[in-house]
Design a protein around this ligand. Sequence first.
Ligand SMILES: [Zn+2]
Length: 214
Amino acid sequence: MIRVKKNHDVPSSLTTTSRYDGEDVRKQLLVDQNDKCYLCERKRDTDFEIEHHKSTHNFPDLVQDWNNLYMGCGYCNRKKSDSFDNTLVPKDCNIEDEIEHFIDFANKKAVFLSKINDEQHNETTELLSRIYNGTNKLRTTKEERFFEQAVSVMNRFTDLVMKYQESPTPETEKAVRDELSITKELLGFKYWIIKRDQTLSQVFAADIIWNKTA
Ligand SMILES: [Zn+2]
């Protein structure tokens, strides 16, 4: 999960109609989020839903608030439901810095560690853990498929990084850089692979800050 850079212009249907799900809202959210779910960072062509960061059930006044709207996938939307109203605000927080992401391949788990121990950070790590690791001790079939997809994306990325480390050529460097593009999936995890290594974090410094520029 990474920070979302949100367009400052409020889609007009939010002020001229009583709806929150106008086509202009959908289109703008997809543009702002590069067609990715803001929680799991998977690309979504059709399975997307307008998500209220603070749920409509608990915060009816924010139903049409542009700053409260994000694009999520059906899978994450149902995990979040109205039980996670106090997670980090994606447009305001550098989530990719504040929460360490990594896949523990040996234990088949995604791990999320927060440097800050407060309610917002704890709720965000709990939600991410439920999305990736399932709600109960054993993953359901759907949760298992979801996790396997994430593992496959990260295996591919780790391979490209290793190829670069074994042989740092313009080609292997470009292959890593391409995977760090804002249009790609699972950047929260990929950024931490870069950040944990001193050389990688120098070479790819400019590739992991796209969303922090004004
Ligand atoms: Zn999702």
